[in-house]
Design a protein around this ligand. Structure first.
Ligand code: SF4
Ligand code: SF4
Length: 356
């Protein structure tokens, strides 16, 4: 079935506010060039896990084995975010665990917006209506929905979460008209294409956007066996993305880039990764972890962020990423690495996402 044409009233139409995306993309490309020339990484995405605690218990969760770590207090988080803005980071992504478990989460979002960062959050959606003030200070929300109805509840091991996600989205469509809403749908062995298509239909009908994240970790961590158990094989992933690409062409509001989808469809298993040079990922206790083995290597707690990102340990660790063979596709690493290398197909794909 053809996707419905967007009307002029679509909440996803182009607006002046959306020009922030161009600043983000253009600024990102310039920062990548500067970083490359100086060999000193100047990351532009600020990614902060605000809590490791969560009310779901997903089988594919990468983080649940670390939920005993102590979260940083609000004042420390605000200090680090302010410094990120001063250092020229362009955007933030605030996540967890479940970030809305923090009663002070709106304050964290406010600090991010006041620091001049394009502010994004990622949530499982359970508390959208009971802790809603974050939306006053948030440009974009990623809300998890992997299937429709009980199937989603089963994946997240939380009865009623699908209904709460949908109700919360309707609430924010009314009360937070400027906030972009993305469904974040995890493609794993726990869903089939029929269920994925239902999610795409829901997003089209609800006039919200859709991003597929891929549950594929090439890491062989003992603690991540649960992730491995829910992964699709490369051939299966490729088949599903052929169909997802077709849905995007039909006009479903899918925002994964063609660059990303074509990589998966072609069953590629290597690219030169530059993600850690672009994104600074900080965990809820203030440590940064090496992405390839999740071991802590430096701490931002009680230490100026500028000092941390100029520390030789930080510089050497993130510059080593280009030799990493893990080829993660589960986050933005692939798209961002294409942007870093100024590959036209990546830039074109990301520009299409920005304007549509
Ligand atoms: S909602 Fe996210 S953080 Fe919580 S258990 Fe699921 S994957 Fe993990
Ligand atoms: S491929 Fe990139 S994001 Fe993945 S572990 Fe290696 S350096 Fe990190």
């Amino acid at each position: 079935m053809e996707a419905k044409m967007k009307t002029k009233q679509s909440r996803n139409r182009m607006t002046i506010d959306r020009l922030k995306y161009y600043r983000h993309l253009g600024g990102g490309a310039i920062e990548c060039i500067k970083s490359r020339l100086s060999k000193k990484p100047k990351p532009l995405c600020f990614s902060l896990m605000v809590t490791s605690k969560c009310n779901c218990n997903c089988d594919f969760c990468f983080w649940k084995h670390n939920s005993d770590k102590e979260d940083m207090p609000l004042e420390e988080i605000k200090r680090i975010i302010k410094e990120a803005g001063e250092l020229g980071y362009l955007d933030s992504i605030l996540w967890g665990g479940e970030p809305l478990l923090r009663e002070d989460f709106a304050e964290i979002c406010k600090a991010s917006q006041e620091a001049g960062l394009y502010t994004k959050i990622a949530t499982n959606g359970w508390f959208l209506e009971t802790n809603p003030d974050f939306a006053k200070y948030t440009d974009l929300s990623f809300i998890s929905l992997d299937a429709i109805g009980k199937a989603h509840d089963d994946i997240r091991h939380l009865e009623g979460i699908c209904d709460r996600v949908m109700s919360g989205i309707e609430y924010h469509k009314i009360h937070s008209p400027k906030m972009r809403i993305y469904i974040c749908c995890t493609v794993s062995a726990q869903t089939d294409f029929g269920q994925i298509k239902e999610v795409a239909e829901y997003c089209r009908d609800a006039d919200i956007l859709l991003y597929f994240t891929v549950n594929k970790s090439n890491q062989l961590l003992e603690e991540a066996q649960n992730v491995k158990d829910t992964e699709l094989e490369t051939d299966q992933l490729s088949e599903i993305f052929v169909k997802i690409k077709e849905l995007k062409k039909q006009g479903y509001p899918i925002r994964n880039s063609y660059y990303f989808m074509d990589y998966i469809i072609a069953k590629k298993n290597y690219y030169e990764c530059h993600w850690p040079q672009i994104a600074t990922v900080i965990y809820s206790n203030g440590e940064m972890l090496q992405c390839y083995d999740r071991k802590p290597f430096i701490d931002v707690k009680n230490r100026p962020l500028k000092e941390v990102i100029e520390d030789p340990v930080f510089v050497e660790t993130v510059n080593r990423c280009k030799d990493c063979k893990l080829a993660c596709v589960g986050n933005y690493a692939l798209d961002a690495s294409g942007l870093w290398k100024l590959e036209w197909s990546a830039i074109k794909s990301l520009m299409e996402i920005a304007i549509t």
